[in-house]
Design a protein around this ligand. Structure first.
Ligand code: ADP
Ligand code: ADP
Ligand code: MG
Length: 499
């Protein structure tokens, strides 16, 4: 049984994982970079070790240093979180070689699913529908043109190693094939060190709907239903909700069965996500599998009533799944908003800096997974996500109302955040109707980016109030007889000392 967990990550996800460990009575070990000496995960853990300079290549991606800390601290398991080393097959392999439990799938499953071309082949063999397109990698421009004529425009040129929305190009006409091919290749080479690309049919009015799965080491696998992730910018998720407003119970059951088949096809164990792209007619196609805990996992936890991190640890311990498919049901509705330190009005430019003030939303049905605090300086080296706000309510309308209320309570000063933008999404009639696809943000930009009336006014009012308060205190101090002037804190302290 796992006795101590090293969390090879930072930010909100490191804290979130440590919380479940603490509930299970398992001590935790944090690792941190130069930029993270004062970070929340370092404060929260039972022990913390420095692993290198700020750039992640020298710290959070530094396999040797992380394993060294595991040995030194006698951690017998490592949770990789998401990003960083979470989908690194070599890391999973090195952990096993050192007798350390990697809390996630084995290296073979990571390799098979991390490479999108291999994943597509595996899914075809398992009878899971994939997006129509090439089975192998594209090696030349001529081959690309031939295949595109076969598949039909528009298409997506996609990096086999891609992730985080990188290495992907939408091609609408033959004239742009050459530049898109070059662009996808060089971006993939730079980001993933691998320039293999393939071509997929572009699905019109696409919905991104993914299924959470859990599989144990004894061949049992279940799904925990779907997450609707179609509110995206630059192919990255911004808001997620479950249940999806698009699916019918019949399609949900069918997709869930395919998700379980996908997990079994690669001998998977741990928590994972099968992503599908779905068109307006509810035709669905396998997109990719993420072999790790997902950013948006809390909405599933809330609606299904399962702690996914605890389940991951139980699975790593070799315990058979404690749930059967028929035990699980979706109850109520959950929404997550990703809060970023960035400026939506400046094309989502990162806005790093020092948090001057933060008031986190509370109240019925609200969960806040964050890691920043007042006085904390957000480092420029990592993802600018500050926190995730998750709400639950008995139905979708109430959940949207609750999210609006929670966003209204949420105040952060010192850095620009996406909070006002997310509030506009909650107010959008299109979002409220539930009839939206991945083009939602660009198609509704006029509504979403027009400043809410109150924005500027509230700021001005706060400034005027602060100024009036300041001048009132000044006047009072000037005009009053000496004995009535407000005493300074030092004077009060002094007086008390004499009494
Ligand atoms: P999710 O569906 O969990 O939101 P994302 O694609 O947004 O997945 O990725 C989650 C995190 O992992 C982000 O911080 C992203 O930058 C990072 N990430 C995703 N894929 C890769 C990759 N191949 N290499 C490095 N980082 C990645
Ligand atoms: P990543 O590994 O970067 O997450 P995905 O393959 O999961 O890449 O695609 C990310 C997003 O890009 C999807 O959620 C969707 O919005 C869009 N996308 C990808 N492939 C297609 C496609 N064939 N048709 C339409 N949209 C697509
Ligand atoms: Mg994806």
């Amino acid at each position: 049984m796992i006795k101590k967990v090293l969390v090879a990550n930072r930010g909100e996800i490191a804290v979130r994982i440590m919380r479940s460990c603490r509930e299970m009575g398992i001590p935790t070990v944090a690792v941190y970079s130069e930029a993270d000496r004062t970070a929340m995960h370092v404060r929260y853990a039972d022990e913390a070790y420095y692993i290198g300079a700020a750039p992640s290549s020298e710290s959070y991606l530094n396999i040797e240093r992380i394993l060294e800390v595991a040995r030194k601290s006698k951690a017998d398991a490592i949770h990789p979180g998401y990003g960083f080393l979470s989908e690194n097959a070599e890391f999973s392999e090195r952990c096993s070689a050192e007798g350390i439990e990697f809390i996630g799938p084995g290296p073979d499953a990571i390799r098979q699913m991390g490479d999108k071309i291999t994943a597509r082949k595996t899914m075809i063999a398992a009878g899971v529908p994939v997006v129509p397109g090439t089975v192998g990698a594209i090696t030349s421009f001529e081959e690309a043109i031939d295949k595109i004529r076969e598949i039909g425009l528009p298409v997506m040129i996609k990096a086999s190693a891609g992730g985080g929305g990188k290495g992907m190009r939408l091609v609408k006409d033959e004239a742009s094939v050459e530049s898109s091919l070059r662009g996808a290749r060089s971006e993939a080479k730079a980001a993933f060190g691998d320039d293999a690309v393939y071509i997929e049919k572009y699905i019109e009015s696409p919905h991104h709907i993914e299924f959470q799965i859990l599989a144990d080491k004894h061949g049992n696998a279940i799904h925990l239903f779907e997450r609707e992730c179609s509110v995206q910018r630059r192919h990255q998720k911004v808001v997620e909700e479950t249940p999806s407003p698009l699916l019918t119970p019949a399609i949900r059951a069918e997709m869930g069965a395919h998700a379980v088949a996908a997990a079994k096809a690669c001998n998977y164990h741990g928590a994972g996500t099968i992503e599908f792209i779905v068109d307006d007619n509810l035709n669905y196609y396998f997109l990719e599998m993420n072999t790790r805990l997902q950013v948006e996992h809390p909405i599933t936890e809330r609606v299904v009533g399962v702690d996914l991190v605890k389940e991951m640890i139980n699975i790593a311990n070799g315990i058979p799944l404690s749930y059967r498919q028929e035990d699980l049901k979706q109850s109520g509705h959950a929404i997550e908003c990703r809060i970023y330190a960035e400026d939506p009005d400046q094309n989502f430019m990162p806005s790093p800096g020092t948090i001057r003030h933060i008031s986190e939303p509370l109240g019925l049905g609200v969960r806040h997974d964050g890691y920043v605090y007042e006085g904390y300086t957000i480092p420029i080296y990592y993802d600018p996500m500050i926190s995730k706000l998750i709400v639950w309510a008995p139905n979708r309308d109430e959940a949207i109302g609750r999210m609006s209320r929670a966003l209204h309570e949420y105040k952060i000063t010192g850095v620009k955040t996406s909070i006002p933008f997310l509030a506009r999404i909650m107010e959008s009639p299109v979002f409220r109707s539930g009839k939206y696809n991945t083009h939602f943000i660009e198609e509704n930009s006029e509504f979403l980016f027009s400043k809410a009336d109150c924005d500027g006014i509230c700021e001005d009012m706060a400034l005027i109030a602060a100024y009036l308060e300041y001048t009132a205190v000044l006047q009072h101090t000037e005009a009053a007889p000496e004995e009535q002037k407000p005493a300074s804190r030092w004077k009060n302290f002094e007086r008390r000392a004499y009494i």
